[in-house]
Structures are given as structure tokens and as C-alpha cells.
Design a protein around this ligand. Sequence first.
Ligand SMILES: Nc1ncnc2c1ncn2[C@@H]1O[C@H](COP(=O)(O)OP(=O)(O)OP(=O)(O)O)[C@@H](O)[C@H]1O
Ligand SMILES: [Mg+2]
Length: 378
Amino acid sequence: MPFIFGMLAGETDFTNRTAETEQLMRNFEGGINTILISPRRWGKSSLVAHAGRTLQRKNKNIRVCHLDMFGAKNEAEFYSLYSSAILSAASNRLDDAIEFSRKFLSRFIPKLSIQPQPESEISVALDWKEVQKNPDDILNLPESIAKSKNMRMVVCIDEFQNIASFDNPLAFQKKLRSIIQKHKYVTYCFYGSKRHMMMDVFTSPSMPFYKFGDIILLDKIKKTDLVRFVQKRFKDTGKSIDKAEAALICDLTECHPYYTQQLAQQVWLQTQLKANTEIVEASHERLINQFSFFFQVQSDSLSSPQINYLHALIMKEAKLSGKDVIERYRLGTSANVVKIRQALQEREIIDSLEGYPQILDPYFAEWLKTRYFGSRRL
Ligand SMILES: Nc1ncnc2c1ncn2[C@@H]1O[C@H](COP(=O)(O)OP(=O)(O)OP(=O)(O)O)[C@@H](O)[C@H]1O
Ligand SMILES: [Mg+2]
């Protein structure tokens, strides 16, 4: 299949992002910690993986480690995941992993039982009681290994916003920051969605991670690059699409990276040799219908004022907290409008982009507009 979605964009599926890739690589090599933030499915994980791959190819003395906080519901799980990921990235062979574990983790792994997983991932089970007594040694693992081998490590932690689910996120952040800021051989990259929470963690003077590193708010992908990408993937697979139709795909998806790949895939499937406008439009409609069940469930889970607020957004009302809008859309009070906005942001349904709240999912917005609100009157 020429297009992919729902998985990391690999070598051939990856478009553009040259500037962002270079910036990340520079930071990784130069020891500048990075915080990368964007709404869901805009391509953070793909970008960090791409930068890591490219850097490792260029500089053999660097090891890039990726771990996903999605799998860590609490601190105990985090430490296991963390040490496993670091051992995997730092070791060329199983012997290395055993050596590093003996040297740096022996007190946490009384009986060394490293499980070589499929695809040579390594997984370690730690003694949580011992870890609690001295978590510093675990957090120092990348520095200890890198120093002993005179190499550099880059530790990338995905879905960083998930630390909010730890028992005491603030205490954890304090501990993490105090340890890793001493590291000389390791660079960190933390990334995730939930802009508000991430910005709070990394830009509030009262928070432990204040001024920790370079903050990058990742953008969507430029239309010209996406158009070129779509055209190229069609061409590579013996089909074709004109610039105008490729541009139409990007307009319909508002250059949302995930949806652009998904719509392009639909169009590609329906195309014998050359795509046309009818195919693009029909594919777009088919996708909205396909998502409709999910969107129905999503809107059922919202309160009436929240739905009304989305209606006002769809209608492009300029002053959402204006008296007139509040009355017409039955939003309660202006204090209520703030609460509604925060709740929708927390659920990652909307975010303020370019200073104005927007519905993040272009298909949800389109579904609300054409199917849900449709001809419904205020
Ligand atoms: N550089 C890119 N070129 C082409 N497509 C991309 C690119 N980056 C992302 N995509 C598309 O977007 C999808 C989502 O990308 P990715 O999983 O990296 O996003 P994310 O920001 O990490 O999402 P989440 O917040 O849900 O973890 C990919 O499956 C792919 O279809
Ligand atoms: Mg991701």
C-alpha cells in the first residue's frame, strides 16, 4: 500500500519535515534537551523516530533510545520500561545487556533474568522495593552506560503527558529533573500531545522542568510538500494524480498528516490509472460516513453546553464569550464558557491554534457541520 496511517511513518512514507528533522538532530548531537508538542496524529512520533534513525546512521557514536509512556501507568512500570529501553538501545548484543545489568543494575535484579524478546528487544524485571530505595541509579543508567563506553545517548520519551496519571507526578518530575540535569553524556527529548498540560510542565516557573530545553510546537505538514508526496506515491505505484486533485485531498483534510494519508489511500484504491475530482470527493464522503459511528459516540459523551459550544465554533462565531453568542447558543455564563473550553481542550477535541479555538479533528468538524448540526436551527 502506498500510504500508511495509524503507524509510524517510515522511510518511504515520510515527507518533508527537513527543517524539523535537522533541528532535532542538532539538538540531539549538541546536548540540547527538546520538548516536542503537537495535537494527536500530527506526526511527533514519526518525526522523532526519523531524526533518531538519520542521526544513528550519520554518527555511530550515538545511541537513540525510544520509550513510550503509554505503557507506564505508574512509577514502578516506568522504571522497568525505562531500563529495558535503555539496555536495548545501548547494547549491540545480549552480552552487552548482561554486562550493563551486572554493572549498574545488580541490586535491582537479584536473579538476572533478561528476556530476549522477539526483534531482540530486551525486557528486565526489577525488584520494586529496591528501586524505591534508590531510583537514582535507574535514572542514571543511560549516563552510566554512555560514560563507560564513551558514547552519547539520546533518550526519547513519548506520550510524556501520561506522567499525570502517576500517584505523585510533581514529586516524580522533581526527582527526574534533579538527576538528569547532571547528565553530560545524555540528551533528552520529551514529546506528547495535550499542549496545555505540557506547556504547564515545561514553562511554569514553579514547575521542576521549567527551562529544561528547547520547546518545539510541531506544525502540520506544508501543503506543497504533501501534494508532492501524494503525487509521488501514486507515480511510484503505476498510477497518477494531477496536482489539482492532490491539492484537493490536502484541502479536504486541512493538511492533517494522518487524514491526508488515509484519504489519499482511499483515492488510490478507487483509482484505476488516473485519479479525478469525483473519486476524491466520493472518497472523502465515504470516510465521513465510515467515521460517523465513532463521532456519534463521541458527541453523545459531551454535555449539551459543550455541543453548543462546538456549534458556535462551526458557525465561526467570532466572540465566543460575547453576550449575544452565549445567549443564542445557550452556553450559560461567561465563566461557564471558560470551563467548557477547558474541558474540551482536556479531551483534546479543541485547541487554540493561531489564537482561536479550533476543532482539532477536521473530519469530526465536517461531520458535525454536515451531518450532526446539518440543517438544525438554533
Ligand atoms: N512526515 C510525515 N509524512 C507523511 N505522513 C506522516 C508524517 N508524519 C506523520 N504522518 C502520518 O500521520 C500519522 C500519525 O503520525 P504519528 O503517529 O507520528 O503522530 P503523533 O503526533 O505521534 O500522534 P499521537 O499523538 O497520536 O501519538 C502517521 O501514521 C502517518 O500516516
Ligand atoms: Mg505518537
